[in-house]
Design a protein around this ligand. Structure first.
Ligand code: 9W4
Length: 384
C-alpha cells in the first residue's frame, strides 16, 4: 500500500537523508537495537501512531521501529520543531507522515487525526496531544490499543492526572522518568546544546568570561560544567539553599542576581521560573553583556523590561539582538529570550537522543508483548 503523507516539499528529501545518515552514525544504541530486532521483528503486525518532533534523531527512531516490523504513521508534536527536509525524507522513503513547519493549530490536530486513521495498536507521544485527541475524538479506536509511551515531563503530568480521574483508557509507559532519559537530557544535552547556541549566535570567546548561570538544577548544572570546561569563571545564582550549596561545593561562586548583574559577561537562565532577569538587573549590567535563556519558554528574561530601557533594537546577526539602552550601553539578547539551545542550535546532540529513544523503542516492544497484562495506568519504565 502506498504511504500517505502531507509534507512541505518532497524535493527536500535528499538534504534530509544526509542529516538522518549523520544522526544514525552517532546513535549506536538504536543501531544495535535495529540490528538485533530486525531479525526477530517483535513489532510485526503493530501499527504505531507517533506524535514527536520531526528531527533527524526522530527519523532514526522511526527507521528502527520499521526495521523491527512496525508500520508507523507520524505527526510532529510542535509545529515549530518540524524540519521540513526530514519530513520529506521520511515521506520519500515510504513512511506515512503529516508534518510541516509552521502549521496552525487546526492543521496540527488534523495531522494527528490523519495518523489515527490507520487504527494504531500502539501510540508514542511527546506532550500527550495524540493520546488526548484519541481519548476525546476517537474513543472507537481504544479497544485496538495495547499501550502507549510518553516522552516528556509535561505529558507524564497530564497523563497521571487523566489516570487519577479515571479518564485514561489504556496503559502508558512514562519514558521521561527513565534514568537514562531525563538526567542525560538535562545535564549533558541541555548543557552542551546551550553553549552551542550561545556560540552559534555570538562566536565569542568563553574563556576568561564571567559566565552567570541562573538556577542550579540539572540544566543549570550542565551549563555551568560546560562553561567551566571552556575556561569561564562561572557564577551561579540560586534561591534554593541546598542547590546553592551544591553549586558552591562543585566549585562555583554563588551570589544573588543583583550582585552577579554588575559583573557578568554572559548570562543564561535555567530556573523554570519567570522574571529571573528584570529591569533591576539590566540597569546594572556591563556594556556588551550577553543574555539568554535555556529554561522555561521565554519568560525567564523579562524582555518588556529590557525594551523599556532601550532606545533602539537591531538584529546584529542571527538569533542575536543588540539593545541600545538610553544611557548608551548595549545588551545582546539571544534567540529573543526563547530556548537558546533549540532556537540557535540543534537541541540535544544525537548521542543524548539515542538514549532517550532507545527507551521509547524498548517500551513499545514491552507494550506489544505485555500490553494486555498491564494495568490501565501510567507505569514507570521497567529498569531493565
Ligand atoms: N523545538 C523547537 C524549535 C523551535 C521553536 C514561538 C516562535 C524539543 C525537543 C526536541 O521544541 C523543540 N521555536 C519556537 S518553539 C520551538 C521549539 N518558537 C516559539 O515563537 C519560536 C524541540 C528533541 N530533540 C532534540 O533536542 C534533538 N533532536 C530531537 O529530536 C526537538 C525539538
Amino acid at each position: 500500500m502506498p504511504n500517505k503523507y502531507k509534507v512541505a516539499d518532497l524535493k527536500l528529501a535528499p538534504a534530509g537523508r544526509l542529516k538522518i545518515e549523520w544522526a544514525e552514525s552517532r546513535m549506536p544504541v538504536l543501531g544495535l537495537l535495529k540490528q538485533k530486532y530486525s531479525r526477530t521483528k517483535p513489532l510485526k503486525g503493530q501499527r504505531i501512531a507517533g506524535c514527536l518532533h520531526v528531527t533527524k534523531e526522530t527519523a532514526v527512531l522511526v527507521h528502527t521501529l520499521v526495521a523491527a516490523g512496525a508500520q508507523v504513521s507520524w505527526s510532529g508534536c510542535n509545529p515549530l520543531s518540524t524540519q521540513d527536509d526530514i519530513a520529506a525524507a521520511l515521506a520519500a522513503d515510504g513512511v506515512s507522515i503529516y508534518a510541516w513547519h509552521g502549521m496552525n493549530v487546526k492543521e496540527f490536530y488534523w495531522c494527528i487525526e490523519k495518523t489515527l486513521e490507520f487504527k494504531p495498536t500502539l501510540t508514542l507521544d511527546d506532550g500527550a496531544d495524540l493520546i488526548n485527541t484519541l481519548h476525546k475524538r476517537r474513543q472507537d479506536l481504544i479497544p485496538n490499543i495495547l499501550g502507549g509511551t510518553e516522552e516528556t515531563t509535561t505529558g507524564v503530568h497530564r497523563l497521571r492526572a487523566m489516570a487519577a480521574g479515571g479518564a485514561l483508557k489504556y496503559p502508558i509507559i512514562a519514558v521521561n522518568d527513565a534514568e537514562t532519559k531525563w538526567d542525560f537530557d538535562n545535564v549533558y544535552g541541555t548543557g552542551q546544546s546551550s553553549i552551542d547556541g550561545i556560540l552559534r549566535a555570538t562566536s565569542i570567546l568563553i574563556a576568561g568570561k564571567n559566565f552567570v548561570v541562573a538556577g542550579y538544577g540539572h540544566c543549570g548544572k550542565g551549563c555551568a560544567m560546560r562553561a567551566a570546561g571552556l575556561g569561564a569563571n562561572v557564577i551561579v545564582t540560586e534561591v534554593k539553599p541546598t542547590a546553592a550549596l551544591k553549586a558552591l561545593l562543585d566549585g562555583f561562586r554563588v551570589m544573588t542576581m543583583t550582585r552577579a548583574a554588575r559583573i557578568g559577561d554572559i548570562f543564561i537562565t535555567a530556573t523554570g521560573m519567570k522574571d529571573v532577569i528584570t529591569k533591576k538587573h539590566f540597569q546594572f549590567m556591563k556594556d556588551g553583556a550577553v543574555v539568554c535563556n535555556t529554561g522555561h519558554y521565554d519568560c525567564e528574561v523579562n524582555i518588556k523590561d529590557l525594551k523599556s530601557l532601550a532606545k533602539s533594537v537591531k538584529e546584529i546577526r542571527s538569533n542575536n539582538q543588540q539593545y541600545t539602552l538610553k544611557d548608551g550601553r548595549h545588551i545582546f539578547l539571544l534567540a529573543q529570550g526563547r530556548l537558546v539551545n533549540l532556537a540557535a542550535a540543534e537541541g540535544h546532540p544525537s548521542e543524548v537522543m539515542d538514549m532517550s529513544f532507545a527507551n521509547q523503542f524498548l517500551s513499545l516492544i514491552h507494550c506489544a508483548k505485555e500490553g494486555r497484562k498491564l494495568t490501565i495506568d501510567v507505569h514507570d519504565i521497567p529498569p531493565e
